[in-house]
Ligand binder design. Sequence first.
Ligand code: UD1
Ligand code: UDP
Length: 364
Amino acid sequence: MIKAALIAGARPNFIKIAALEYAFRTSGKFENLLIHTGQHYDAKMSDIFFRQLGMPEPDMYLGVGSGSHAPQTARVMTEIEPVFQEHQPDVVLVVGDVNSTVATALTAKKLHIPLVHVEAGLRSFDRSMPEEINRMATDAISDWLYVSEPSGEKHLLAEGQPADRIMFAGNVMIDSLRRFEDQARSTAEHERRGLEAGNYFLITAHRPAMVDVPDRLAVFADALLRLAEQAPVVFPIHPRTASRLQDLPIGRQLIDHERVHLTEPIGYLEFMCLMMHAGLIVTDSGGIQEETTALLQPCVTVRPNTERPVTVDEGTNILMDLDAEQIAQAGVKALSGNWKQGRIPEKWDGKASDRIASHLADHL
Ligand code: UD1
Ligand code: UDP
């Protein structure tokens, strides 16, 4: 048996690690050591994903919590090093681009443990995003690089990574979506909230470039008020965004608006159900660009760039400037059913984690 340390720290990690944990466990070739760094810790940002996605309790919880980049990254490194020294995993697997990812990668590599990065090679070419730094640093030191879309392979080769260390495995986030989509649909969360299928907007926002700059968050709030003139707006609020919105006068207007449903973060199954039935999803999330593409659902990503270009080139995703009128117009278009047709990208078939488990077992 190969002893594999699987690392999860933040909300998007849980969805990806759930798919990999299941594939590794059922392959009969791996013994999993599941480690939760504690970067995200609220029940609605963490526990609910373990429960809904059928994951076992983590073998270790490091409790690193929140903080600015340096202490958060440092705490993951300090806490995870003795775990690796004690348990001596044969391989360490990290996913995505959060601080827990890069911190774990640095620690594992300096202990000479083979390192795997899942969702490697994505690039926004925007180094003001902390995630871009985390991706580049993690890829540079990983031994095995599993990519989710063709652009990943292209970028890694251009950065000088050897071709025989890169594998186009597909998208593990979509593995979870396919595995749980029937359960998600059966929550009928839109009906439970009194929403009509195809006739509401689903919103998320948590990027520092959007929510940490009051003037930009105010424009976003204005866009949501304009959308609310057309149809109900459902906005589960990320903890980073919650207090910042309350501090803005237009944020208060949004909070008080009768057609705007502001809620705490929503569970995976219920959120997936809301995505399946929304008229349009407006977001700055990474994962949601992919999930809406897999669901063939209209999505506006309010960012100047994306590290997931396949969602724009082949999928239903459109990038948009932070412009309240443009976003409102996208709402009109989507509600009238006048959105571009997408197709599901290659290897977003629910089997990416199986391909990774089998490739890794053969090559380690
Ligand atoms: C992190 C990731 C980001 C990812 C996002 C997914 C980094 C650098 N950023 O951003 O790439 O898209 O997760 O959601 O790793 N907080 C709580 N409760 C929690 C977690 C956070 O209240 O359970 C609050 C804290 O005030 C914290 C803030 O949210 O300071 C930000 O959390 P943090 O993990 O540092 O960054 P995110 O914005 O969540
Ligand atoms: N998500 C959820 N409930 C919410 C918001 C998001 O279950 O209220 C899920 C959704 O599937 C999304 C994933 O969490 O793809 C990742 O979240 P986030 O947008 O925080 O991270 P990113 O992908 O931007 O790093």
